[in-house]
Structures are given as C-alpha cells and as structure tokens.
Design a protein around this ligand. Structure first.
Ligand code: MN
Length: 245
C-alpha cells in the first residue's frame, strides 16, 4: 500500500475520525481469493492490508518470524473475526471501519474492528532505518508540550512499559496539544476524542518472538531504530488541518 492509500485509511480529518476503510466490497480492498462465494459474504468483507515493507525489512530490530506471526496470524485473525461478525449480521453493512469502531459498544465487534485499525496504523509507524529524532513542526510541538525530546522519549517509554497487560502506547494530539497515552487491549485514542500520531503495540505478541519478556528493550528499540517520525508529522499536519488526508 502506498503512503497516500494508507493515509486515506488511517488519517484523521476534521471530525477526528479516520476515513475510507469500508467494510464492503467496492469501497474497500478487494476480498481475498479465499472468500466464500455466497452472495452475502461476497458483498461484505474486510481484507488484511499488506505490510508496507517486506517482513524482514525491520531486522535485526524485529525478526521476520516476529513480523510474519504478528501480521499474518494476529492481525489477520482480527480481519477473519470481523468478517465472521459481518456474516452473522452483527455489524451494519457498508460502514467505514472508523464508524464501526465509534458506534460499537464494548465487545467482539469493537475489539476486532479497533484491532484492525490499530495494527494497520502500527505498521506505518515503523520503517527500516527509522528512529532518531523528528524535525520541523513535530519537533517544535514536542519541545513545546514535553519540554524536550529526551523528556518525550522518557514519557513514551515509561507509559508503554507500564501498561499492565495487553495494550498500546500512543503519541496523540488533542485540542492542538501533544500528549502520551496508553490504552488497554483494543482501546484507541479516537474513542477518547484524541487523534493518534504514533503508536507502539505492547501486546506480548508484538515483541515476544524477538525480545521475549524484555518489553522495555523492545520499546526503546522501537523508539530509537524503527519509529517513522515522518508519518507522525504527516498525521499531525492533517490533524491540525494543514494537510489534506
Ligand atoms: Mn499486535
């Protein structure tokens, strides 16, 4: 998926909602070849977005096995589960993914839809040769709202490490101000009126194949060697209305 296509999926408009990921054939990605040919299922399906890089592209920081399991098994399972819920009539057809997420109460529909969004977003938050420090407007906003890049890193790593059990660490913007948040399980910033700029998946499945129990090591490596600050900067510009989705 190219950057523009992804931004359509995950970017944040004036409403604070990402747009363009619709749970039906026609406006979403083509259904997988293995989709059942029945009328109902053929019309309504979500598909697993491809990784934006090769599964080995993040080595040695995240192993190929780690990425293949995470994307091909875990992320895909949420897609399969949501398609099953659609087939069972538990999700209204033709809704963009973000609308499904915002409308769903706690439960399987929310969990699976949100985890599809979270993972699609997470893959773009990393790139080979990432990390370092951002520049431009994002750097200025970080200095303004955290005091320094070092303090920002400390807050991001600390929040992500301390998330008890499964969840996500986030850099978000709300009312023009940056902050660090953490969420449990499938929960995500859009449910709290904030816009995601960058996320680190801290479910154990995200790092165990490479780091085993060393969550902090994984988060520091994510920050220092994988984070795509350019992607975060683009999300900030869109959120502030300075760039079109
Ligand atoms: Mn995950």
């Amino acid at each position: 998926m190219d950057r523009r296509a992804f931004l359509i999926v995950t970017s944040v408009g004036a409403t604070g909602l990402a747009t363009g990921f619709t749970a039906c054939k026609g406006t979403g990605p083509d259904p997988a070849p293995s989709q059942p040919k029945g009328k109902e299922k053929k019309e309504m399906s979500v598909t697993l977005p491809p990784l934006p890089y090769d599964a080995s592209a993040l080595e040695p920081h995240l192993s190929r096995e780690n990425i293949e399991l995470h994307h091909g098994k875990h992320h895909n399972a949420y897609v399969v589960n949501l398609n099953n819920l659609i087939a069972e009539g538990k999700v209204e057809r033709d809704k963009p993914l973000e609308q499904i997420i915002m409308a769903a109460p706690e439960g399987p529909v929310f969990n699976n839809a949100a985890q599809i969004w979270n993972h699609t977003f997470y893959w773009r938050c990393m790139k080979p040769g990432g990390g370092g420090a951002p520049g431009g407007e994002l750097a200025m906003a970080i200095d303004r709202d955290f005091g320094s890049f070092a303090k920002f890193k400390e807050a991001f790593v600390s929040a992500s490490v301390s998330q008890f059990g499964s969840g996500w660490g986030w850099l978000v913007v709300k009312d023009g101000k940056l902050s660090i948040t953490k969420t449990s399980n499938a929960d995500l910033p859009m449910k709290h009126g904030a816009t995601a700029l960058l996320t680190c998946d801290v479910w154990e499945h995200a790092y165990y194949p490479t780091y085993k129990n060393l969550r902090q090591k994984y988060i520091e490596v994510f920050f220092d060697h994988l984070a795509d600050w350019n992607f975060a900067a683009q999300n900030l510009a869109i959120a502030l209305g300075k760039r079109k989705a």
